[in-house]
Ligand binder design. Structure first.
Ligand code: ZN
Ligand code: ZN
Length: 159
């Protein structure tokens, strides 16, 4: 039999042993030569004709269907994990993306980074000012809010 799963040959061998049969006994039973069965059990599926192989399969309740190779799930080599956009803020206190507010009389600006930098660009979408991506005072990465949590300075200094 062509394209016979070599696993089937091994299965026949182990099944025969489990059944306590010699190669000669089994060969006689299914109607083939012992030498052919021996070679078949070594993995040479061409040594027995289909009829004999089917008898073997039936006798030992083995599946003839070739083991389908595991479909290799194509590992996407470079999964494009959407990186969270690291938006800059507009350092221009007059820019409409910066919301003026007061805390105890102190004038502060809350940057709307989404409005100033909707696409992770270089310039403010509203006023064209060069965007800042780090604290102008200490260089720490910009986070939400108006005041750098590292140095305590406001991102946008009121003029
Ligand atoms: Zn701006
Ligand atoms: Zn800072």
């Amino acid at each position: 039999m062509k394209n016979l799963n070599p696993e089937f040959c091994k299965s026949v061998k182990s099944a025969r042993r489990e059944a306590g049969l010699t190669q000669g006994q089994l060969a006689t039973e299914v109607g083939c030569k012992q030498s052919a069965l021996s070679m078949f059990e070594q993995g040479d599926g061409t040594k027995l004709n289909d009829e004999v192989i089917e008898k073997l399969a039936k006798k030992f309740n083995l599946s003839l269907s070739p083991s389908t190779p595991q479909p290799t799930t194509p590992q996407s080599l470079n999964p494009s994990i959407p990186q969270p956009l690291h938006r800059g803020f507009c350092p221009n206190p007059h820019c409409p993306t910066n919301k003026e507010y007061f805390v105890e009389e102190i004038r502060l600006f809350l940057p709307d980074r989404e409005a100033a930098d909707p696409v992770g660009g270089k310039y403010c979408a509203m006023c064209g000012e060069l965007l800042e991506r780090s604290c102008p005072n200490c260089g720490a990465p910009v986070h939400a809010g108006a005041i750098c949590s590292l140095c305590g300075q406001p991102y946008i200094s009121a003029l």
